[in-house]
Design a binder for this molecule. Structure first.
Ligand SMILES: C[S@@+](CC[C@H](N)C(=O)[O-])C[C@H]1O[C@@H](n2cnc3c(N)ncnc32)[C@H](O)[C@@H]1O
Length: 432
């Protein structure tokens, strides 16, 4: 069995849903052993390819487990400053497996430590734990004749964690020179980082593509998560019926899917075609297969063909850009006005999908002055058309040691909303 730690992006439930769907789609057997707002522990039957990180929008770091220790020991060591517990922490966490890559590094070594925990009692101690383990690793490496330098995070930083950019820039993955200490309720996982999210790649696809549109833009990371939630992979056909400048299609093309785009706006067709051609060259995607059609979504089946695609991922119009936070009645009015577009799309999407095909669709969440969240209710329409909601999490994904996961089970939609935003996104996963 191989165990890996995944450090979650901002929206941890969305990150966890993306990971589990990604592995399910590829028939990679897994069990979730632990989950928290900060990190997840997954058990696999075989080792994981570290390049998986490039396929994921919601994972910041992947680390391979080296050893575990009881969180109780760590708490005694740092909350109670108990000396024997501190000694035991060093003995159990700094094993030869943890140091292996660092010892083999060719030059003088730079290494770092990041502490992840959702336990508020331990969080403030992160810096102390980091420095303590850091100096013990430095001593141990010196005893083995290896000179090293410890990269701390400074007192001013709230969390004792190296960012993925720091890990990338300092080449810490290469020598397995970042140690993660992931502190769960009863167990602590000690792991070496094997892959980090590369924000520069996602940024390149966002701001260097030939055609952009700021107001409608969807971040490529969110687009990738939605593509993964749709069960898209190499060999499948993915459609975005509201393709805009093609952000979702780009991410699906990178998974070697065949992609089809449609938009009512003729400028968008040309813009998407150019963006996809740019992506194909930039990423050397051999055999890239895409087509982009102009048309109103009401004629989707006629244009694209009945039962012709495996997955549809779309963000239709989310309403007007709001300068001020709207009142409740105004928010309801916006939603009401959008409903015919969404409901018509759902009908057409059902016709275009192959049997058991998936639709991942965004509906707006509008925050009102009274802090109420106004959403669009799809259930009646879904029932009428025949779509079933897909539960992002099922019982069989969790190992028997996993924390109580009941509260995740009911999640039929996932919300992506920033505190600052007036309009957020509700992501629905539906199956024909
Ligand atoms: C929110 S944007 C999609 C943005 C896209 N995900 C991107 O990143 O570029 C919605 C798109 O839907 C298109 N649209 C609006 N009404 C439509 C309709 N009835 N049929 C097809 N496309 C439509 C708009 O032209 C717009 O490009």
């Amino acid at each position: 069995m191989s165990t890996y730690i995944f450090v979650a992006g901002k929206n941890w439930i969305l990150s966890l849903a993306e990971l589990s769907t990604y592995f399910q789609t590829r028939n990679i057997q897994f069990k979730i052993e632990y989950f928290s707002t900060e990190f997840f522990t997954f058990n696999f039957e075989t080792p994981l390819d570290s390049r998986t990180i490039n396929d994921l929008g919601g994972t910041i770091k992947i680390a391979q487990l080296k050893t575990t220790l009881p969180s109780k020991t760590l708490k005694e060591a740092f909350l109670e400053r108990n000396k024997p517990a501190q000694k035991q922490t060093i003995q159990t966490s700094i094993t030869s497996e943890v140091l292996d890559g660092m010892v083999k590094a060719s030059d003088k070594l730079l290494f770092g430590i990041s502490v992840y925990t959702s336990d508020n009692a331990i969080k403030p101690l992160g810096g102390r734990i980091q420095r303590f383990i850091g100096s013990a690793i430095k001593d141990e490496l010196a005893a083995q004749g290896k000179k090293s330098r410890f990269m701390g995070t400074g007192q001013e930083r709230g969390e004792a964690q190296l960012s993925h950019v720091e890990v990338l820039k300092k080449n810490l993955v290469e020598n397995q020179a970042e140690v993660l200490l992931c502190i769960g309720k009863t167990q602590t996982w000690v792991a070496n980082t094997v892959a980090v999210h590369n924000p520069f790649e996602f940024q390149k696809r966002d701001i260097y593509k030939p055609n952009q549109r700021v107001i409608f833009g969807m971040p490529p990371r969110l687009a990738r998560m939605m593509v993964n939630l749709s069960g898209c992979m190499q060999g499948k056909i993915l459609l975005d019926a509201f393709c805009g400048v093609g952000t979702i299609l780009q991410e699906a093309l990178l998974e070697y899917a065949t992609v089809v785009g449609m938009d009512v706006n003729s400028w968008c067709i040309k813009a998407t075609e150019e963006n996809l051609a740019w992506l194909t060259a930039e990423y050397s995607i051999s055999g890239a297969d895409f087509r982009v059609l102009q048309g109103d979504v009401g004629r989707l089946a006629e244009k694209v063909g009945v039962e012709s695609v495996d997955c549809i991922v779309s963000e239709p119009d989310l309403g007007p850009a709001l300068r001020e936070t709207p009142t409740g009645p105004y928010a309801h009015k916006i939603i009401e006005k959008l409903e015919p577009l969404f409901f018509g799309f759902i009908e057409e999407a059902y016709r275009v999908l192959k049997p058991r095909g998936r639709l991942v669709v965004v509906t707006p969440v509008i925050r009102t002055r009274s802090r109420e969240a106004v959403t669009m209710s799809l259930d009646e329409k879904l029932g009428e058309v025949g779509f079933k909601r897909v539960y992002a999490f099922t019982d069989d994904m969790f190992s028997s040691e996993a924390p109580e996961h009941g509260r995740l089970m009911g999640a039929t939609s996932l919300v992506e909303m920033d505190e600052r935003h007036k309009i957020g996104r509700e992501i629905h996963i539906l199956q024909k």
